[in-house]
Design a protein around this ligand. Structure first.
Ligand code: NAD
Ligand code: APR
Length: 234
């Protein structure tokens, strides 16, 4: 069936072959860090410097990694597909942007931005953050945090995402374990809208049974192959 409206969801797995650590694989971030210490507002209030160290390290890594064939394939799909297209990422890296994706929302925020927890000011952030940093708007020190959505907080752009899911006729989920809501529930919302649902992942995710089709293998192989199949129907 020829798609007229596509929503793509990506998770940490799409960046794995670029050298960016995932969360729940054997060597994932949550194997070496406690979520409650580095990915919750309570953790930031308790020990902000520990949180800054965690995200400063991940931000510095971005200088050493590059988009892979899966990121590039999604940018090509966006460019050549003439219908509605939205790429929703749970990732906070900038690899989709660097691959050329533009119709993109970061539902968990971005490492490349900082947010003032006191006044809501948002700024570009390319270097380390610390509790000594002072917000340029409210001039208070110690409130600048990574612009990342933590556990217990509400993700960004949910209205835009849900509107796209209600209209889509093709939903593609890539490189996510299906552990964290609301992203893990997007496949059911897309199916309710009558969309064809496809999982592209290294291995079956928690939600694999919700998908009409699933293709398992490294993203740099399965994503370009699936994108070529879609482009051939246009
Ligand atoms: P959740 O309760 O659905 O958490 C799902 C999984 O995350 C759990 O199965 C567990 O593996 C892990 N988890 C969550 N809280 C944990 C904790 N305190 N200690 C250990 N493991 C924990 O996630 P949520 O709290 O409902 O998420 C709420 C919002 O936060 C959602 O909008 C989600 O998109 C967002 N979020 C952001 C990040 C991030 O790092 N940017 C991480 C997770 C969730
Ligand atoms: N190609 C395709 N998929 C891969 C690859 C690869 N090379 N490597 C790993 N994967 C898959 C894994 O099989 C797993 O299903 O990517 C998924 C990564 O899952 P997680 O580590 O749980 O990452 P993600 O699903 O993005 O986590 C969701 O949880 O902790 C929060 O903020 C964090 O946004 C993240 C959210």
């Amino acid at each position: 069936m020829k798609a007229t409206s596509i929503v793509v969801l990506t998770g940490a797995g799409i960046s794995a072959e670029s050298g960016v650590a995932t969360f729940r694989d054997g060597d994932g971030l949550w194997a070496s860090h406690r979520i409650e210490d580095v990915a919750t507002p309570e953790g930031f209030a308790r020990a902000p410097e520990l949180v800054h160290t965690f995200y400063n390290g991940r931000r510095r890594e971005l200088a050493d990694v590059a988009p892979n064939a899966a990121h590039l394939a999604l940018a090509k799909l966006e460019q050549e597909f003439k219908g509605d297209f939205l790429l929703v990422t749970q990732n906070i890296d900038d690899l989709h942007e660097r691959a050329g994706s533009q119709k993109l929302v970061h539902m968990h925020g971005e490492l490349a931005k900082a947010l003032c927890a006191n006044c809501g000011n948002r700024i570009a952030c390319a270097s380390d953050l610390s509790t000594d940093d002072v917000c340029s708007v409210c001039s208070t020190p110690g409130h600048l945090r990574p612009d990342v959505v933590w556990f217990g907080e509400f993700p960004y752009k949910m209205n835009q995402i849900e509107n796209a899911l209600e209209r889509c006729d093709l939903f593609i989920s890539i490189g996510t374990s299906g552990n964290v809501y609301p992203a893990a529930g997007f496949v059911q919302q897309a199916r309710y809208a009558g969309a064809r649902s496809v999982e592209l992942n290294l291995e079956p995710s928690e939600g694999v049974d919700y998908f009409d089709e699933s293709y398992h293998g490294p993203a740099t192989l399965v994503v370009p192959a699936f994108v070529e199949k879609i482009l051939a129907t246009l």
